[in-house]
Design a protein around this ligand. Structure first.
Ligand SMILES: [Zn+2]
Length: 306
């Protein structure tokens, strides 16, 4: 099965603290790495966790608050200095392309590689990226500036999985394996027919991951993230700060849990912690009362999807 996981690079909010970097994470799907938000400090976090900056080809930016994109120009510059030649794709709200181009102009930099921008369409969901096995969709969020989440969804897998014992005993050819994966029966050297259903298993169900940061409590996102295996939902505040959360269009951990419950997700990852908190267990406790499978995300930790 293709490796599908997320590495948290930064789960703080607004300003860096001794405990947390602002928002950034890497979604791995097979050989592809997708950078989701790129706050100040992202490059240092990538170095710390042994991720080569040149290995990333796709960067998704959720919204134009600095704690989600201030690291981007540095990452672009390092790719340039490192001799990158292949294209870099950036999916971002309107305004970021001109901001980056202005920066390059002022610093008299002509990049050695093509930078391709795709602008999120205001208030719209839609497919941002697609290949034969994965798609990434936009998810409009409710925040003080236009903001989006991202849903990574594996495409439906049609190939049946072949039983290990059968392979060990019958030693099928590559052609046999391909036919079996497509649902055909197996004919042995002795002419004996083995039924497909007896020697294969159904395909694995498609896996999915949703990233929702930054957003006020907003039930309209539930349909977009229904049944995802893993949901990262911002939980900037605890219950004592619910009024503040509503004012600044962020969420509490309990509200994140309520969204996770309504969307019937498998697991909730909390993040985008306010710098006020030195201890985060209150956030986790409040979330778990509503949705037991809630965990505090930790920087440097990988979380498997599905
Ligand atoms: Zn924000």
């Amino acid at each position: 099965m293709v490796d599908f996981k997320v590495l948290i690079l930064g789960n703080g909010s607004a300003v860096p603290t001794r405990w947390h970097n602002p928002s950034s994470q890497l979604v791995f799907y097979g050989k592809n790495k997708f950078l989701v938000d790129c706050a100040e400090g992202t490059q240092m976090q990538m170095i710390r966790y042994k991720i080569g900056g040149a290995s990333i080809d796709h960067i998704f930016i959720s919204h134009l608050h600095g704690d989600h994109f201030f690291g981007l120009i540095g990452l672009i510059s390092s790719n340039h200095l490192g001799g990158r030649q292949k294209e870099l794709f950036i999916y971002a709200p309107e305004g970021l392309e001109s901001l980056i181009n202005h920066h390059l102009e002022i610093t008299n930099t002509t990049l050695r590689f093509p930078l391709r921008f795709f602008t999120h369409e205001k208030n719209k969901a839609g497919i941002l990226f697609e290949d034969k096995s994965l798609e990434v969709r936009l998810l409009p969020l409710k925040h003080s500036v236009p903001a989006w989440g991202f849903v990574f969804k594996e495409k439906k897998r049609n190939r049946r999985r072949i039983d290990r014992t059968f392979v060990d005993v019958q030693n099928p050819s590559i052609e046999d394996i391909q036919r079996l994966q497509q649902g055909e029966d197996f004919v042995g050297k002795d002419g004996k027919v083995l039924l497909n259903k007896d020697i294969t298993h159904p395909p694995f169900p498609p896996r999915s991951y949703a990233y929702c940061s930054d957003t006020a409590y907003d039930e309209s996102i539930v349909d977009f993230i229904k049944n995802v295996n893993l949901l990262y939902h911002e939980s900037t505040f605890d219950n004592s700060m619910q009024d503040l959360a509503e004012t600044v269009l962020h969420s509490t951990a309990e509200q994140a849990a309520s969204i996770a419950k309504k969307a019937n997700v498998d697991k909730l990852l909390l993040g985008h912690y306010s710098g006020r908190f030195k201890e985060l267990h209150t956030l986790e406790d409040e979330a778990r009362k509503v949705f037991p499978n809630s965990v505090l995300s930790r920087e440097g930790e990988y979380y498997r999807i599905g």
